[in-house]
Design a protein around this ligand. Structure first.
Ligand code: SF4
Length: 179
């Protein structure tokens, strides 16, 4: 087991607690993790608050630092103008991934942390290869390391149930809401 003082720091962009729940136990063996909650794509404030609260519960449970990024859904909506009717997984999502990974990399840089990654890679609904490519490009430009793969999703369901974490029903933006 790696000693705490020997561990590298990692900024873990956290899209939601459910995706983070299965990753933290294996990642914290190697890294000192900060959860970075930057998700202006969640256009409903009520929904945003529920997901943020769940991420805070998870951070407290594992005694991790939690940092909330800027929440300006109106600015995010301007990024995806013209892409409103794209299907989930299409061009709008590329813009969305890029925005969240870029802000995470900037946060890592400002915090003098060399490593970053995202829980988006844990979602079985997302294209992992596309996300990994975006993350690696951003990392290269910013002289950072992007962690593109982790161990398995250990105990995600168990932890979610144990902590009573909120489970969202849709991806996040108003265009992905199916009622
Ligand atoms: S569907 Fe999800 S990933 Fe795609 S733009 Fe909306 S919030 Fe972002």
């Amino acid at each position: 087991m790696t000693l705490e003082k020997e561990k590298s720091k990692l900024i873990l962009h956290t899209c939601c607690a459910i995706c983070a729940a299965g990753l933290i136990e294996s990642l914290k063996e190697r890294f000192l993790i900060t959860l970075f909650f930057y998700n202006p794509n969640i256009t409903s404030q009520e929904e945003y608050n529920k997901r943020k609260e769940a991420a805070i519960i998870l951070a407290k449970h594992y005694q991790l630092d939690f940092v909330e990024g800027e929440y300006k859904p109106e600015s995010w909506l301007t990024l995806v103008v013209g892409l409103e009717n794209e299907p989930e997984g299409g061009k709008r999502c590329l813009v969305c991934f890029k925005d969240r990974l870029l802000k995470t990399a900037q946060f890592a840089k400002n915090s003098q942390v060399d490593n970053f990654t995202t829980t988006l890679l844990a979602s079985h609904l997302k294209n992992k290869q596309v996300i990994a490519e975006i993350g690696q490009k951003i990392a290269q430009k910013n002289d950072l390391n992007f962690l593109a793969s982790f161990g398995g999703q250990l105990r995600a369901k168990e932890i979610t149930q144990e902590l009573g974490l909120y489970c969202q029903k849709y991806c996040g933006c108003r265009y992905s809401f199916r009622g």
